[in-house]
Design a protein around this ligand. Structure first.
Ligand SMILES: *Cc1c(COP(=O)(O)O)cnc(C)c1O
Length: 378
């Protein structure tokens, strides 16, 4: 006779402290919002909620852009929506690459049939603004120039001001991945002349994964409307999406009311805390972690001048094997951190202090576990 395993139930899953590169911990308040009864995707109450989500997202993005909403899908759906709407087959796209997510953008742009001009920077560093401006001068006909603001694979924050100022006087759109930056460090879409900017709910915004906030400037919208060919993705065509989510509220797809409840509640938390207080909190807690890790013999994978507070790529002390220690951190202490990608594979932990997880208690719990496992140098 064989004993059968008890049926799997989500009620028996062990909660973890999520201190990896996302998803980040979700507050009880946001989880309670998520659990409210499902509404129809055309219910007038839900449509009012969609409008309020757009209004709150404009605040967080720092934009007056009318076309601001949340795409159904994760951050990569935001990336795909951004690129697929502004690029047509044969267009040139200049893409900055200083980590894994820049590589993904270039891959997507190529699949859309674009001629990609890659501008490379060292993983762990940033792209010099002059490098990007030079690439644009050499390719002034480029339809778009894209960069990742917060490179989650390396922990580096890309400067945006100079490139945005340069591009604003040209016909090239400035496209920015703010998946890990939004809600953690200032993004300021309008001040920086960003034309297309997308994010995700599960990093510094404090909601579960499943929606991708996105915003398009008026000139980006004009560009999309003037396309010679339809957007290759029906699902992510922003003119169709905006008809549903923004203006006429005509059926396009069945948006998840529950995910929108969670995002709305998370945005309400942000409004109550204040965006700049939230940025300060991320900075304070991230700096604390970075100091404490340094005192335990951890190194920084990221150039010191470019470190993000909300994502720390820490090299383990000499002789420590990251994989087994990361597994023990999860199994014994219930804490999730991320491993490295690309050149950082096997040598770093990527530690996220994002959204609801960006608090001193997270740092304390992590350091206790690090000390208990003997990861740091004595
Ligand atoms: C997480 C992340 C993405 C992808 O988001 P998913 O939600 O995993 O699809 C894109 N860009 C950056 C910078 C990210 O950190």
């Amino acid at each position: 006779m064989t004993l059968s395993a008890p049926p799997l139930s989500v009620s028996t899953l062990t909660p973890r402290l999520l201190l990896g590169p996302g998803p980040s911990p979700v507050s009880d308040r946001v989880l309670r919002a998520l659990a409210r009864p499902t509404l129809g995707h055309l219910d007038p109450q839900f449509l009012a909620l969609l409008d309020d989500v757009s209004r709150r997202l404009r605040e967080v993005f720092g934009t007056a852009n009318e076309m601001t909403f949340a795409v159904s899908g994760t951050g990569s759906a935001g990336m795909q929506a951004a690129l697929a709407n502004v690029l047509e087959r044969g267009d040139t796209a200049i893409i900055g690459i200083h980590g894994y997510f820049g590589v993904r953008m270039a891959d997507m742009a190529r699949r859309l049939g674009a001629e990609v001009v890659e501008v490379h920077g060292k993983w762990g560093g940033v792209l010099e603004s002059e490098q990007l401006v030079e690439a644009h001068r050499a390719n002034p006909h480029a339809k778009v120039l894209s960069v990742v603001h917060a490179e989650t694979s390396t922990g580096a924050q890309q400067p945006l001001d100079e490139v945005g100022a340069h591009l604003s006087g040209t016909d090239t759109l400035f496209l920015v991945d703010a998946v890990t930056s939004l809600g953690g460090v200032p993004v300021r879409v309008d001040d920086r002349n960003i034309d297309v900017c997308y994010s995700a709910t599960q990093k510094c915004l404090g909601a579960p994964p499943g929606l991708a906030p996105i915003t398009f400037s008026a000139r980006a919208v004009d560009r999309v409307r003037a396309r010679a060919t339809p957007v290759s993705s029906w699902y992510l065509d922003i003119t169709l999406l905006w008809k549903y989510l923004g203006v006429e509220h005509v059926y396009h797809h069945t948006a998840s009311s529950n995910l929108f409840y969670a995002l709305h509640e998370a945005l309400t938390e942000i409004e109550e805390e204040g965006l700049s207080a939230r940025h300060d909190r991320h900075l304070e807690v991230g700096s604390l972690l970075q100091r404490e890790l340094a005192s335990r013999g951890f190194g920084s994978f990221t150039d010191p001048a470019s470190r993000l507070p909300q994502l720390t790529a820490a090299r383990l002390p000499e002789g420590r094997e990251e994989g087994p220690l990361r597994a023990a951190l999860l199994e014994v202490h219930g804490i999730e951190v991320g491993g490295g990608l690309g050149p950082a594979k096997g040598v770093v932990w990527r530690i996220g202090l994002m959204g609801h997880g960006a608090r001193k208690e997270s740092v304390e719990r992590l350091l206790e576990a690090v000390d208990a496992l003997g990861v740091g140098e004595p």
